[in-house]
Design a protein around this ligand. Structure first.
Ligand code: FES
Ligand code: FE2
Length: 444
């Protein structure tokens, strides 16, 4: 057991989950009053705001926010509400020179100042400039993500992220771009959806087909408000993919290389993530370049070296990431409250979950792939919606398997026979910690 896992397992055996939080409407209200107004929430990526006037709307409960590039160096966030009679000003995302209201034509500049009131003479000078401006909320950026916070007194984003930011910074997610984005309205509470990606305990069973590439066990630990899990054994493929050391006697290098080639191929077809074209290409040529004496870590290191070389030639060199930094980053990070990141040197898989309006039984769930690619190859991505959780062609085998757990878990939570979860103290620390921090917000 690593020191971190030991600490996290023994620190806190109390279960912090209150099952009613998954489905009672009062918790939706509590979250909207006590949680969402006070946390840093990822609203969009900076790449969506390249030109002045580019904007994205971010909705959470009754609140809608316009995140906009107001000038080449300034991103602002405003409440997306007309100051006349409250109409939403903009929908979705796009680019505008100003924000006109469709109802009676009032208009705001990109920095939230009112530019026009239709037939202003009828107010006889009674309109107050302050009441006319769009109220702003805090906006800060990290790793190419734009975060907003409704709380003017909240700690800075970097203080809030703490160790999560320090650990993920070497991966330079800011220099990656969206490869694809997908979302759906999921028939479960947002916390149930999030928690399908907040532990690795389910992997060997829910994703049983991954066992053929090397069985994985995971350990988890907390980091400030956040949590992370990582491969627990030193000889799993997921660990060797990150280039870690192994203490066990290595299987023949050629076999490891063939397994890696099969694994990267499978990931391409089953989720189109957790890898990039450069890594897949490297994995395919790997079996011809390794010897049977090489350890899994050496085979993995060779694959990463080839992939990094390919990307360097494409003009997107990888940042230098030390072995310790890879190991510390592990597999998966949960950023409180509703963001999950699985970072790799050339790509990052991301998830975001949030409530759907006032319904505790459904949520908006989003998945995206970030990838390191030359600016000339960055695709124009749309956030594609597909509510069919059985559409394997669209979602791929791995997400389909995750989705199949969610509605059943959500419904099972409501059973009178079930009082609370029994969490694996080693592998599900992240989940328990999430509920501890969640209730701290709700009770504060
Ligand atoms: S509601 Fe917007 S101008 Fe009237
Ligand atoms: Fe999963």
């Amino acid at each position: 057991m690593t020191p971190e896992a030991k600490n996290s397992a023994s620190d806190d055996m109390q279960i912090h989950v209150v099952k009613q939080a998954y489905y009672e409407p009062e918790y939706v209200g509590l979250e909207y009053r006590k949680l969402w107004p006070r946390v840093w929430q990822m609203a969009c990526r900076e790449e969506e705001l390249q030109e002045v006037g580019d904007h994205v709307t971010y909705d959470i409960g009754n609140e809608s926010i316009i995140v906009v590039r107001s000038s080449p160096d300034t991103i602002n966030a405003f409440h997306n509400v007309c100051r006349h009679r409250g109409r939403r000003l903009v929908d979705g995302s796009g680019s505008m020179a100003s924000f006109p209201c469709k109802f009676h034509g009032w208009r705001w500049s990109l920095d939230g100042q009112n530019e026009h009131v239709t037939q202003i003479e009828d107010w006889c000078g009674t309109l107050d400039d302050q009441d006319l401006s769009l109220p702003s909320i805090r906006v800060e950026t990290w790793a190419g993500f734009v975060f907003v916070n409704f709380d003017a007194d909240a700690e800075t984003l970097l203080d809030y992220l703490g160790e999560a930011a320090e650990t993920l910074d070497p991966f330079r997610l800011d220099t990656m771009r969206y490869r694809w984005r997908k979302w759906l309205k999921m028939p479960c509470n947002w916390k149930v959806a999030l928690e399908a990606f907040n532990e690795g305990y389910h992997v060997a069973i829910t994703h049983f087909q991954l066992n053929r590439f090397g069985a994985s066990k995971f350990a988890s630990r907390t980091a400030g408000k956040h949590g992370t899990f990582y491969a627990d054994t030193s000889d799993t493929l997921s660990n060797s993919m990150k280039g870690s050391h192994t203490k066990k006697s290595p299987p023949p290098g050629a076999d490891v290389a063939a397994t890696m080639a099969g694994f990267t191929d499978y990931l391409k077809s089953a989720i189109d993530s957790n890898g990039s074209d450069s890594i897949r290409y490297a994995a395919q040529v790997l079996p011809t370049l390794v010897t049977s004496e090489m350890s899994p870590a050496e085979v993995s290191g060779k694959m990463m070296e080839i992939a990094a070389g390919i990307d360097e030639k494409r003009g997107v060199p990888w940042p230098s990431i030390t072995m310790e930094q890879y190991q510390k980053a592990g597999t998966d990070w949960h950023i409180f409250p509703n963001m999950v990141l699985l970072p790799m040197a050339s790509n990052c898989l991301g998830y975001r979950a949030r409530p759907f309006e006032n319904d505790p039984d459904s949520c908006i769930f989003e998945v995206y792939q970030l990838e390191r690619m030359p600016e000339s190859e960055v695709p124009t991505t749309e956030n594609l919606r597909n509510d069919d959780i059985y559409d394997e062609d669209f979602w791929g085998e791995i997400l389909l398997q995750d989705f199949q757990q969610m509605e059943g878990t959500h419904k099972g939570n409501k059973s009178s026979s079930y009082a609370r979860p029994q969490l694996n103290p080693r592998q599900e620390t992240t989940l328990n910690h999430f509920h501890r921090v969640y209730h701290e917000y709700l009770n504060d």
